[in-house]
Design a protein around this ligand. Structure first.
Ligand code: HEC
Ligand code: HEC
Ligand code: HEC
Length: 356
């Protein structure tokens, strides 16, 4: 296809074209990547939140493009001013009769607005319609629980600013909230004793080999989380009262792992890791967690466990047929603050104040 003189010349003057081609290719790629980084920015840049004194390594690094990403469920949150006259008019007389006792003598128009909101927040379109439906009865409990969280645990749910919780904080538009949990029991029937509660990937152990009964031990029963002391252990025997064991330590780490994943943070968000035991070397968030632990124990024992008799069998736990339980991730969903600190309580005072 080339003229004869070219083929002749080419045969007489053989040249290695691969060397220069590789060089040009490499240079070209480098220029393209450099141009991309200049135009688009470094995709793996991190932002660090400093949580303690310099030089102690107390900082929480996060990829910037993840920090900027808004919690996708925020967009689905129904605010009071989005509720129209038509929405309110569509609430039936029957539904208006089913006022949860915790709301006292709330005005009917105000209650109608709340019903519209509760239906959107829980994704149950006929909520409150039928007084004999279990969902309506559960909702009675839920209103009381939400008020109690907002009123009695203000030190947690408003620890930085006015934030609070509504049904949406847990439910996010679903009848059954995500990140609920059930009792596990021994995860390994072949092995007895200690081996039975660990070394199997479960949600409760955050898919680690750590024990799977941490949530149950600490957030339902009132197990002791603290395991560390600075005394020699020589005189201690594991079976003695108050003596903590390796197993107790592993369970504490299992909980801490869960807490960190629930908030999307690392350990130094709360601790100075050189002294996990020392409450004088912690961040303010450590205390917020302390309140959170007591709050979750109360949510589970006073409000959710008693639902066991009310819920249909398919809602109960797979091993013990126990009622669904909540913990940090049920509200936080992997974010430092639920709904990224959106103030949800300001416009719903009826979910904050009881009339008693
Ligand atoms: C702290 C988290 C939390 C908050 C806040 C919360 N709920 Fe719930 N809710 C739960 C859990 C956990 C369950 C049990 C899940 C199940 O029924 O399987 C539940 C169950 C329900 C159910 C039964 C659903 C079903 O089909 O089984 C209804 C109805 C309900 N909630 C309504 C509400 C309403 C209304 C509010 C606000 C006034 C609210 N919830 C606030 C955690 C919460
Ligand atoms: C949101 C705050 C927070 C985060 C994040 C956190 N912790 Fe904790 N941690 C606490 C609190 C609060 C306690 C004390 C609980 C108690 O004594 O009742 C504690 C207790 C502990 C203890 C027991 C200390 C003792 O006195 O024996 C250890 C060990 C521990 N955490 C390790 C970790 C590890 C490891 C991580 C990261 C995987 C972590 N923590 C993440 C708040 C946090
Ligand atoms: C009922 C919902 C709910 C549950 C359950 C819950 N939290 Fe929170 N938490 C909140 C809200 C709302 C805030 C935001 C308060 C604010 O920013 O003023 C918050 C804030 C926090 C903060 C402070 C974050 C910051 O930026 O300073 C920490 C730490 C925290 N929670 C830890 C926990 C831990 C640990 C648990 C489980 C033991 C837990 N929370 C369970 C609702 C909840």
């Amino acid at each position: 296809m080339f003229p004869k003189w070219f083929d002749k010349w080419n045969n007489e003057n053989p040249t290695n074209i691969y060397g220069p081609a590789i060089l040009i290719g490499a240079l070209g790629t480098a220029v393209t990547v450099a141009a991309f980084l200049v135009v688009v920015g470094q995709p793996f840049k991190t932002d660090s939140l400093q949580t303690g004194p310099r030089g102690t390594g107390m900082s929480v690094p996060e990829f910037r493009n993840e920090v900027r990403k808004a919690d996708p469920t925020i967009a689905g949150y129904l605010t009071r001013d989005q509720i129209t006259e038509a929405d309110i008019a569509a609430v039936s007389e029957a539904a208006l009769q089913n006022v949860p006792p915790a709301l006292g003598d709330i005005a009917p128009e105000q209650y109608a607005e709340l019903v519209v909101a509760m239906r959107s927040w829980t994704g149950i379109p006929d909520l409150m319609e039928d007084p004999d439906n279990y969902q309506t009865q559960v909702a009675y409990t839920m209103v009381g629980m939400t008020q109690s969280i907002n009123e009695d645990w203000i030190g947690h749910v408003q620890s930085n600013a006015q934030v609070g919780v509504t049904c949406y904080t847990c439910h996010r538009g679903e009848a059954v909230p995500s990140e609920i949990w059930f009792k596990m029991g021994p995860v390994n029937e072949a092995a007895g004793g200690w081996a039975a509660v660990q070394n199997r990937v479960t949600v409760q152990s955050q898919y680690t080999s750590l024990p799977s009964d941490a949530l149950e031990t600490f957030l339902l029963d009132y197990g002791r989380i603290s395991v560390h002391n600075l005394e020699a252990h020589v005189a201690e025997y594991p079976h003695e009262e108050g003596v903590t064991t390796w197993q107790d330590t592993e369970r504490t780490f299992s909980l801490m792992n869960y807490v960190s994943n629930s908030l999307g943070v690392n350990c130094v968000f709360c601790h100075n890791t050189r002294a996990f035991y020392d409450p004088e070397q912690v961040t303010p968030q450590w205390s917020t967690e302390m309140l959170g632990i007591s709050m979750v124990q109360e949510i589970n024992n006073d409000w959710l466990v008693p639902l066991e008799g009310l819920l249909p069998p398919e809602r109960l736990g797979p091993v013990f047929a126990d009622a669904p339980k909540a913990a940090c991730k049920t509200c936080h969903k992997g974010y430092q603050q639920p709904l990224q600190g959106l103030n949800v309580i300001a416009e719903w005072p009826e979910l904050e104040l009881t009339d008693s």
